[in-house]
Design a protein around this ligand. Structure first.
Ligand code: NAD
Length: 568
């Protein structure tokens, strides 16, 4: 007798065209038909598919979502088995993901998270790229970045508001509140860096963004993130001076390598008002060294990684030397979260830390208030859901002019990638209030189920001494207790899933961070969990900053009645 082979659960999704096991093409799942036992689990499944959608991920065939090589699953076998596991998961079970591999399903209880995950967590002494790569080669580990491995990535928009807010703060502090007639230089138009041209333009400035990969530039123009481009430094300079002269907001792309273009601008004494960078410098095997095309870089990376790394570090040194050269001529510079100063320092440039990181210089006051890049998606893929939530947000928080300004600009400029989404830097108190309102809307059928999450770059969820926690008032920059406490608290609050990562945006050894996902399905249980989660998640951020001596945070602790035994 021939036994018929049991079909794998994921074949339903193959039949519906959401996954092709041969070409490995993944598409965001939309519509109201559920595939999993409930919407909590369906939400996890949909966010996994969303981060690997061809319009969202940087290199979906290799499971890479963004940020150098930040991945969503360890390999395709792990991806497919994870999907099978989610499709079979019961409402009282918890799936355990270890660096992108589904290792266990345990019976827990209905209010517990449906999934817990930990990515690239190496013990301190071994937390370096060399050891990570040995383990990666053996198939034992995966680099999760921040929102890649935790399935919280929503496309470039996720970083857009943070980038926009940074340039708002730069304009306020140094240029009387606007970048009108000002010129900013940066590099890297990847999944995060691609937000820079638009963020500069939204602040009325003229942005010149250098990118080494022509295909990436084209994609950004098609997506509406960049206006125009050139491969000639001379015409780029002309375009900049014309736009600057007319005080016209503009975003200009220049095909080239930042390690060549910035020193050349400096040599010609073309000094920008603002300079930063978002090349993937956190990972020397992703940063493209001067003198190599994208193709040549790929070939050398495989053939001689040691040579590649030493060329990349040497290029980063030249790149940062030029940034410091601009600073010495009066430009405002900040590192944009990619660890380029440390790599340039290690490559022998002693003045690499002559300029600050963006959090220390501009965003800390927001984090100290318990604010951060909170975000949501319409799980059924309906843009109207997001439009209704935009309106609700403006109605609920209309007194907050900065927030209303952001929503107005986002509606005008942002084109969705994958599931329709919105990012909004809500703070302590606001997140819980909004969560309750949204769950009521889901219950009433005004909108479909909504997923909520946030970047790991948030108020209390990360320790990263060259980025989020650089220059903390009390010197507690490298203390990793806080993100772990954050994850423990979010687990006890009943988030739909909780993730802990090491390495994040700064690379191996430089950060520990935590994230979560929460599905609002209109049930009473979802409301209870969300109100708890959206209170204590930013709450531990307020406490972390109050503990470090930030007065705004201490004031919030007192005014909002957060119980903090050591704060009177
Ligand atoms: P990515 O890998 O998606 O894209 C990087 C881009 O830089 C690519 O398009 C690549 O072609 C280009 N590039 C590489 N080397 C270059 C060079 N020498 N000159 C010009 N272009 C070059 O990365 P991403 O997701 O955009 O992230 C960029 C960096 O920002 C990473 O280090 C990441 O960790 C960091 N990051 C910052 C934040 C933040 O909040 N600011 C958040 C997440 C990540």
């Amino acid at each position: 007798m021939v036994l018929q082979k049991l079909a794998r659960p994921l074949e339903t999704l193959v039949e519906e065209g959401y996954f092709d096991p041969v070409t490995k093409i993944v598409r965001a799942i939309t519509g109201s038909k559920r595939h999993c036992a409930n919407w909590q689990i369906e939400g996890i499944l949909r966010m996994l598919f969303n981060v690997l959608d061809g319009d969202v991920a940087k290199d979906p065939k290799n499971l890479i979502v963004y940020g150098g090589t930040g991945k969503a699953a360890r390999n395709w076998e792990c991806f497919e088995t994870t999907v099978d596991a989610l499709l079979a998961l019961q409402p009282d079970e918890t799936l355990v993901m270890q660096s992108g591999k589904p290792v266990a399903v345990f019976k827990t209880h209905e209010l517990a998270p449906r999934m817990v995950m930990c990515n690239s967590m190496l013990v301190g002494k071994w937390a370096n790229w060399e050891h990570f790569r040995e383990l990666e080669k053996k198939g034992l580990i995966m680099y999760g970045q921040y929102t890649a491995g935790s399935w919280n990535f929503i496309g470039i928009q996720g970083i857009l508001q943070g980038t926009y807010e940074t340039f708002v703060a730069v304009a306020d502090r140094h240029f009387g509140g606007s970048l009108k007639g000002r010129f900013a230089v940066t590099a890297g138009m990847g999944a995060m860096g691609g937000a820079q041209p638009l963020a500069i333009k939204m602040n009325d400035g003229v942005g010149l963004t250098v990118e080494v990969d022509e295909a990436v530039i084209r994609k950004r123009i098609e997506g509406g993130w960049l206006d125009t481009c050139t491969d000639s430094i001379d015409s780029a300079i002309n375009m900049v001076s014309e736009a600057k002269g007319e005080r016209k907001p503009a975003s200009i792309g220049l095909l080239g390598n930042a390690a060549d273009v910035l020193p050349e601008l400096l040599r010609r004494n073309i000094v920008p008002d603002v300079v930063t960078d978002q090349t993937p410098a956190h990972d020397p095997l992703s940063y493209i060294p001067s003198g190599l095309s994208v193709k040549e870089a790929e070939e050398l990376r495989g053939r001689n990684p040691e040579k590649y790394v030493s060329m990349a570090l040497e290029s980063m040194r030249k790149h940062v030397e030029a940034i410091v050269g601009f600073v010495e001529k009066g430009a405002i510079a900040f590192e944009y979260g990619n660890n380029i100063r440390k790599n340039a320092f290690d490559a022998g440039f002693e003045k690499a830390f002559a300029y600050p990181g963006f959090i220390q210089a501009y965003l800390r006051p927001l984090l100290a208030e318990g604010r951060g890049p909170f975000r949501w998606t319409s799980l059924r893929g309906d843009p109207q859901d997001i439009a209704k939530l935009d309106d609700t947000l403006v109605r609920e928080f209309g007194h907050n002019r900065r927030l209303v300004g952001w929503i107005t600009k986002a509606k005008k400029y942002v084109r969705f990638q994958g599931l329709p989404a919105r990012v909004c830097w809500l703070g302590y108190g606001e997140r819980a209030r909004f969560g309750k309102v949204v769950n009521d809307m889901v219950a009433a059928g005004d909108v479909g189920p909504i997923w909520f999450g946030r970047d790991h770059l948030d108020t209390g969820s990360v320790a990263s001494p060259y980025r989020e926690t650089e220059g903390m008032k009390d010197g507690s920059d490298a203390i990793g207790d806080w993100p772990i406490l954050n994850a423990l608290l979010n687990t006890s609050a009943g988030a739909t899933w909780v993730a802990v990562h090491q390495g994040g945006g700064q690379g191996m050894g430089y950060s520990i961070s935590a994230g979560f996902g929460m599905v609002l399905d209109g049930t009473r249980e979802a409301e209870e969990k969300a109100v708890r989660l959206f209170t204590l998640d930013p709450g531990i951020g307020v406490i972390r900053h109050a503990d470090a001596g930030y007065e705004t945070s201490t004031k919030i602790v007192r005014e909002k009645g957060i119980k903090a035994p050591m704060i009177s």
